[in-house]
Ligand binder design. Sequence first.
Ligand code: ADP
Ligand code: MG
Length: 246
Amino acid sequence: MLLRVENVTMSFDGFIATNNVSLNVEKGQMACIIGPNGAGKSTLFNLITGHLTPTEGKVFFHDQDITGKAPHTICQLGMGRSFQRTNIFPRLTVFENVQVAVLAHTRKTLNFLTPTKNMVQAETYALLEDVGLVDQANSVSGTLSYGFQKQLELGITLASDPEILLLDEPTAGMSPQETTNSITLIERISRERGLTLLFTEHDMDVVFSVAEKITVLHQGAVLAEGTPEHVKNDPDVQRIYLGEAA
Ligand code: ADP
Ligand code: MG
C-alpha cells in the first residue's frame, strides 16, 4: 500500500475536525475524497502532507511512518501537493516559477557536478510542455487566467517528481470549460507518469468520471467508501447530499 492513514484524529482545541479516519491508497490508484463543506477534507490533506500533526493516529507512506514529519521531508519522499488556494510567485514569469521549483528539486537530489543551467532549462520546458504552458512561458504569472494559474501550479508540483499527487479541489473556481481542460490534463499526466492521485472535488461529474475509489467524509469521519457505483447508491451518502441541496 502506497499511502496508509490509520485512525487519525485531529482536534483543534477540542473541536474534532478529523474523527478516527482510516484510508488506504494503492499505487497507481485514482482516489477521491468528497464531503460537504467543513467535512474535514483539507484538514485530512494537511495531516497527510505534514502541515498538521494528528492528535491521534498514524500516517504511513511506503510503509514508512511519516506522522509529524515536516512537509518538505514528506515532499522529498515523493508526495506532491497543491493547495486549495493558488501558491505561485505572481511577479515571476511562468518559466521562472517552474525553474525555481526545478532548481529546488535538483539541488536536493543531485551531486556537486550538477545541475547545469541547460539541464534545468530543458527540464523546465519539458514541464511547461506537459502542463500546456509553453506559449505562456514569458508571461508574468499574476496576469494569467485562473485556469492557467492552476496549470502552472501543477507544473510546480510536478517539478519535485512526485509519486503521488494530492490535489485539494483542483477545479475550485473554474469555469466548466476550464474544469474539463484541467481534469483531462491531470488524468493524462497521472497516467503518463504512472502517478497515484488523491484529490478532493466538489463537482460530482468530475468525481464520477475520474475516481476509481471514493471516500466520503462527513463531520470529520468516514461515512462511506468504495467504487463510484457503490458510493452513489449508499443511502447515507444520498441523505447528506440531498440534505445539503435542500
Ligand atoms: P473541508 O476542506 O472539507 O471543507 P476543512 O478541513 O477545511 O473542511 O475544515 C473542517 C473543520 O475544521 C471546519 O469546521 C473548520 O472550521 C475546522 N478547522 C479547519 N482548520 C482549523 C484550524 N486551524 N483551527 C480550528 N478549526 C479548524
Ligand atoms: Mg477544503
